[in-house]
Design a protein around this ligand. Structure first.
Ligand code: 5GP
Ligand code: MN
Length: 338
């Protein structure tokens, strides 16, 4: 986003607008954090802003300031559709291809309004009028901070905005440890703490919220963990039956894929989670080092994401999906053993 585009956006935002902020399906901490941070900021400028998510988000995010105003497209479709059709501006956050917006895709694709994309995933599409894409960024939340900085409005970052931004940087960096965490990320975090963010409380609220059944489900995941030393690969599968037996709720499997990656010598980890309702197997991939799970997922499982963290899906059964995964590995043997 160059200075010309920034001054155009400043001009656009200088008079009150109807603004919709939307994000990807199955929104995570970065999606919800960035959307709500922008929501609070735009409201403070005098705009009418609404966050619309494609569907539900995890319970561990149901305390973030402003989350009670979020409209879920799948349960409040009519209201969401009319807001989208009346929007002067639509911000799309934490995704870069309209297909990631689930059931909202069709209506977004039809809209002729001004789109602004803010995102850090690989291979951005070109649907937006204004694109702020940076694959080197830790999170979309960090980009929201820099976006406000570019608009010379850092002094407008309230404790609520800072809290929303903190959540997404924290969750997308695995609490400031992934390679995308730079010294700038830490400086942004330091500024957020100076603004009043209660960092310890946020860590505890998001991560120390296990239920007994979630811990039991984690036990099942660990029991199902398989390691393929020849490919430095580990994977976990969870069936719908196992999820049901442990009263699975959205967000309960968050972070499970990292257990495989934490094994010494493993550079590639996957988790396959059956979703009978959608008739798919949802997959998460993680890697360390040079192996690109973005490319792997794009090539074989209709997905994508980042170099070291990506997602995808399969329409095969759970066992056939795992079988397909294992059958692909030999062609990556050299890459995985570099
Ligand atoms: P997760 O495995 O935590 O669901 O997602 C890891 C990363 O990959 C996130 O940045 C997420 O937005 C992205 N991602 C997850 N699922 C998909 C997918 O189906 N397609 C694409 N393009 N990206 C995905
Ligand atoms: Mn993100």
């Amino acid at each position: 986003m160059d200075t010309q585009e920034i001054s155009e956006l400043k001009e656009l935002l200088s008079t009150p607008k109807n603004i919709v902020i939307t994000t990807h399906k199955n929104p995570d901490g970065d999606a919800i954090g960035s959307s709500l941070a922008l929501y609070h900021y735009l409201c403070s400028l005098g705009h009418t802003a609404t966050v619309i998510t494609p569907n539900e988000y995890p319970n561990f995010l149901k305390w973030i300031p402003g989350q009670d105003t979020i409209i879920k497209f799948d349960s409040d479709t009519k209201v969401a559709m009319s807001m989208i059709s009346e929007a002067d501006l639509i911000f799309t956050l934490d995704f870069n291809h309209l297909s990631r917006s689930g059931d909202i895709e069709a209506i977004l694709a039809k809209s002729e309004t001004t789109f602004i994309m803010i995102d850090h995933h690989q291979q951005p599409d070109t649907y937006a009028t204004y694109t702020y894409s940076d694959v080197g960024m830790s999170s979309t939340c960090q980009m929201i901070y820099h976006f406000i900085e570019k608009l010379e409005d850092l002094d407008k970052i309230t404790k609520d905005i800072a809290t929303c931004i903190y959540v997404g940087i924290m969750t997308d960096t695995g609490s400031f440890k992934f390679r995308s965490t730079t010294s700038t990320t830490h400086r942004v975090i330091a500024n957020l703490i100076d603004i009043g963010v209660d960092n310890t409380c946020i860590q505890e609220t998001v991560y120390d919220n296990n239920t007994y059944s979630r811990l039991q489900l984690k036990g099942v995941a660990l029991r199902n963990l398989r390691v393929l030393p020849a490919y430095k690969t580990a994977y976990i599968s969870l069936s719908q039956k196992e999820l049901d037996e442990h009263h699975f709720k959205k967000g309960d499997t968050e972070g499970f894929v990292n257990m495989g990656l934490s094994i010494e010598g493993v550079v590639f980890a996957a988790i396959f989670i059956e979703n009978r309702k959608e008739g798919i197997v949802k997959i998460s991939f993680r890697s360390t080092g040079d192996f690109s799970v973005n490319e792997f997922s794009r090539n074989h499982f209709e997905g994508g994401g980042h170099h070291n963290a990506a997602g995808g899906k399969s329409n095969l059964s759970l066992s056939d999906t795992v079988e397909k995964f294992i059958s692909i590995l030999p062609s990556y043997k050299n890459l995985l053993n570099q």
